[in-house]
Design a binder for this molecule. Sequence first.
Ligand SMILES: Cc1cc2nc3c(=O)[nH]c(=O)nc-3n(C[C@H](O)[C@H](O)[C@H](O)COP(=O)(O)OP(=O)(O)OC[C@H]3O[C@@H](n4cnc5c(N)ncnc54)[C@H](O)[C@@H]3O)c2cc1C
Ligand SMILES: *[C@@H]1O[C@H](CO)[C@@H](O)[C@H](O)[C@H]1NC(C)=O
Ligand SMILES: *[C@@H]1O[C@H](CO)[C@@H](O)[C@H](O)[C@H]1NC(C)=O
Ligand SMILES: *[C@@H]1O[C@H](CO)[C@@H](O)[C@H](O)[C@H]1NC(C)=O
Ligand SMILES: *[C@@H]1O[C@H](CO)[C@@H](O)[C@H](O)[C@H]1NC(C)=O
Length: 498
Amino acid sequence: MVRVTPFASAALLSLAAIEVVIAKSQEHFRDSPDFQDTCAQIATSISNDSFVYYSPSSQYQLDNAHWAESSTAQSACSVEPGTAQDVSVILRIIGETRTPFAVKGGGHATNPGFSSTTGIQISMTRFNQVIVDKTASTVEVGTGLIWDDVYQALDGTGLNVVGGRVSGVGVAGFTLGGGYSWLSNQYGLTIDNTESYELVLPNGTIQTVTSQNEDLWFALRGGFNNFGIVTKFVLQAHPQGDVWGGFVIIPDLFFNFNKVNAAILKFQQEVTDPKAALLPTYNTVGDIPSAEVLMFYDGPQKPAGIFDDFLTMLEVPVIETSASFLEFLKILPSSDPFAGKRAYFSSVSVLEYSASLLEVLVNETLFWGDKLAKLDIGGAVSYDTEPFDAGLFSHSNIPSAYPPDRSRVLFPTNIYFAWTTPSDDADVAAALWQSTNTIRAAAVAEGQNITDVVVYGNYALIGTPVESLYGANLPRLRSIRSAVDPSNVMALAGGFKI
Ligand SMILES: Cc1cc2nc3c(=O)[nH]c(=O)nc-3n(C[C@H](O)[C@H](O)[C@H](O)COP(=O)(O)OP(=O)(O)OC[C@H]3O[C@@H](n4cnc5c(N)ncnc54)[C@H](O)[C@@H]3O)c2cc1C
Ligand SMILES: *[C@@H]1O[C@H](CO)[C@@H](O)[C@H](O)[C@H]1NC(C)=O
Ligand SMILES: *[C@@H]1O[C@H](CO)[C@@H](O)[C@H](O)[C@H]1NC(C)=O
Ligand SMILES: *[C@@H]1O[C@H](CO)[C@@H](O)[C@H](O)[C@H]1NC(C)=O
Ligand SMILES: *[C@@H]1O[C@H](CO)[C@@H](O)[C@H](O)[C@H]1NC(C)=O
């Protein structure tokens, strides 16, 4: 009998325990041996399509750079493989020398050490192809791309893929973890729209993984870097015409939250058109709380009724457009103002956003926003509600690592804290964990049966037990992992380890 620890016990992880996890994650960034021998061995073994870079070259800086400053480490060297063959060579050397390493796609991981290392930083940046196959209706994308590159290449083709919602996010981590998109209400998660993977296995074998390969197909859809290094994805393409979308910023959250919450509730309860999507966020930046609501409709005109409450709220200016998908993304607020700060994400999966739960989220925004602003000059908090369509998980019935249960929808509420001072890291993580637990407890208290649901790996805070990411899927994932990686090569890279 395999014992699966439900998330309820993860919730009991104490603040002291989370501080230990954070402190451990930082050890990773200090006192490391030098791995120059491994760098040199890689440099002499790879082909001319690949290259090793050293500090302080600008390419080395770029290869190590992350969206969150707290995720950036100084590696011994960085390597940019240009072919799957060279990825294979690198992985074999790493396995033989037991050198710590990291694989970076877009570098948007907010957990330190997940795609950064003091060992060998592998940057996938040279895998940058976007190849459209109109006949097969697929798009091949390299794992070094960010979604902006993919949308740019698809602009004007009449096709689109199920990818990122805001600028800058990487294709690789997003797709390996699940992928919640503007198009997910219509087509499901990104993993539900993947045709194949090119994977370099931990022993260096290059393999194309399709639905024919039951185990790896299951494992790669949610399993991150546990099964090897992915060099490309082939994604399903969907027809894409012009879209309508935009955003509003509602000031004075303290006074106006009732209007915002009523409109979110109404959207969640009444809107059944899967072409419509909403991303409402409560923010406190500095010590100023507001709500920001992003709206999307997969059609050329603003749909009647669906977004009216937000569009007319307090007569605040609406930034909107009817244009190509690419143009829509360009008018959205950029996450750039937060880039370069220290950042952690955390998440609570809920079954619905009730009026009382939304009030808890507002209170948490005000409470922790104030606390963080007092703690740290760069303090900011952000609480996303993600009211997807009830059919979100029904677009695929083939088992995937994430989510282990598709019988009911989970909304992956995202909590994001930003700050600037490294010595505040542990305090911020503890605060974030406390807020995560408050929200989960509030949802349970109002009767939501979420004590044993999983959290979304791309939003989960470091230290979250893997049981809480994969639930009942964990035993199968563990047996696939030990078959594919008997010598534990991928354990030399950070991340949620199966
Ligand atoms: C501003 C912002 C907005 C976001 N919006 C969304 C959203 O709308 N929907 C959503 O679902 N998520 C969203 N996310 C979360 C996002 O999905 C994750 O941060 C994701 O991991 C980013 O992928 P990346 O390639 O940039 O990350 P990286 O930091 O490069 O990698 C993340 C993880 O994937 C592994 N990995 C990367 N490349 C490979 C590879 N080639 N082979 C094997 N393993 C690899 C890394 O080792 C690491 O463990 C957002 C994040 C941010 C910061
Ligand atoms: C790689 O480049 C070097 C120098 O530019 C050259 O001498 C060598 O022949 C190249 N090797 C291959 C295999 O192309
Ligand atoms: C607001 O949140 C804080 C922190 O979780 C909590 O201590 C406080 O009781 C909450 N206030 C209300 C009115 O719920
Ligand atoms: C809660 O949900 C689980 C499935 O995740 C189910 O097995 C259990 O019976 C539910 N409990 C209640 C009280 O509804
Ligand atoms: C590498 O691993 C795969 C998957 O476990 C296996 O099929 C293959 O035979 C291995 N190759 C070598 C050379 O050991």
